[in-house]
Design a protein around this ligand. Structure first.
Ligand code: NDP
Length: 272
């Protein structure tokens, strides 16, 4: 039976999720229908009810609805509970179940596609929003030497910090420390979406692998450009994470995790 999926968000018309899931479906030999549903904040409950009434099987949730989705789900995976946000959901006997594949999706990109090991690495994370809540648990499981969080609003970063393994600073505060050098720098702020840069120091980026969770299909993000011109060994955008989180969502629905490399390549070729 052909299953019916959708991505809910606002904005959502730019979402690449339908293309990615169609590619996964071809890869594993199933047929599916996947649409984009523009849903303003506060109206996810009604939108999901309507979708379910039309035989909706599962969904992805994007900005700004991940916390709303979390509140609507009756059961959560442990990673959704840690992130307090849901990006993947499905119904089990009419019970709404929520998962969060963003963090593992990024980890999958780092380890499977970029072949990075995280053990004993020093990792700098820019930002302390929903995405960071989702990626911290999976990152800590890989036993890095240290994770440093830097955020404009210190309280949000401090709330995530843990005296044993996680330190939190403001941008200016970090400049006054000796935390650098780092091995990996992850920009998990939404600054690239505003075509802006956070206040960065070049000693944080020299010889690192830089990753921006944001992506533009047509050009590099401001953070990627900055990282490359200030000595990063490589700078990647968020397409790899996007495909990684989608692969794990697909696994929730079909029980099979598709291969991601060819789908990342297909999206890159479409953008060039
Ligand atoms: P949130 O709104 O929860 O958090 C935004 C974060 O960005 C906060 O830490 C905020 O700082 C910081 N920030 C925003 N603008 C600036 C700025 N101009 N200067 C410095 N810091 C800034 O967003 P999310 O965590 O949900 O999303 C973050 C990004 O992750 C988005 O770009 C989103 O598209 C992307 N994303 C990508 C995915 C992928 O698959 N590639 C998956 C999920 C998300 P403060 O706390 O001080 O306000």
């Amino acid at each position: 039976m052909m299953k019916h999926f959708a991505v809910f968000g606002s904005p959502v018309m730019h979402s690449l999720s339908p293309i990615i899931h169609q590619a996964f479906a071809e890869q594993v030999g199933v047929t599916l229908r996947y649409e984009r549903i523009l849903t303003p904040q506060g109206s996810l409950k009604e939108a999901l009810q309507q979708f379910r009434a039309q035989n909706g099987y599962g969904a992805n949730i994007t900005v700004p609805l991940k916390e709303e989705a979390f509140a609507l789900c009756k059961r959560h995976s442990s990673r959704a509970l840690k992130a307090k946000a849901v990006n993947t959901l499905y119904w089990e006997n009419d019970l709404l179940v929520g998962d969060n594949t963003d963090g593992e999706g990024l980890l999958r990109f780092l380890t499977t596609n970029l072949h990075l090991t995280l053990e004993n690495k020093r990792i700098l994370i820019l930002g302390a929003g929903g995405t960071v809540r989702g990626i911290l648990g999976p990152l800590l499981e890989r036993q890095p030497q240290a994770i440093v969080i830097v955020n404009r609003t210190l309280d949000k970063a401090s709330a995530l910090a843990d005296p044993r393994s996680l330190k939190a600073y403001t941008y200016q505060g970090l400049q006054e420390t000796k935390e650098a050098p780092f091995d990996i720098v992850i920009n998990a702020t939404s600054s690239s979406l505003q075509e802006m840069l956070t206040p960065l120091d070049s000693q944080w980026i020299e010889n690192t692998i830089a990753i921006d969770v944001a992506y533009h299909q047509a050009h590099e993000t401001p953070f990627q450009r900055w990282a490359k011109s200030h000595g990063a060994k490589a700078a990647h955008d968020g397409i790899g994470m996007l495909v990684g989180q989608a692969a794990l969502a697909f696994k929730c629905w079909y029980g099979i995790a598709p291969e991601t490399e060819s789908v990342i390549k297909m999206l890159r070729e479409a953008q060039s």
